[in-house]
Design a protein. Sequence first.
Length: 105
Amino acid sequence: MDPELRVAFEALTKDASVWDGVGDALSAAQSEVAAIEVNRGAFSFAAIDLADSYAQLHTTVAGLLRDGAEATHAGADALRTVRDDFSRYEDIAQSELYALWQPIA
């Protein structure tokens, strides 16, 4: 295997791990936010509108964190798929890359 391609494979693997870490952090944050109870009774009768806004914000933030975790895990999976595809078709990909670009010696 060409050393430059080996480095690229390793970089894709490392980047996928980083994105999985981000997804895990977002999942943990989503779990923490979801565990917060939004109790209208904690607000005074004069702040019911604020309680409703808080509940809506709580739902929105939890949803964004969940969606972010899913998206970052999907990104990590895509990086692994690209890595695996390049690995599977290494000779073809290497030939095509060298046909497009030759490094200056």
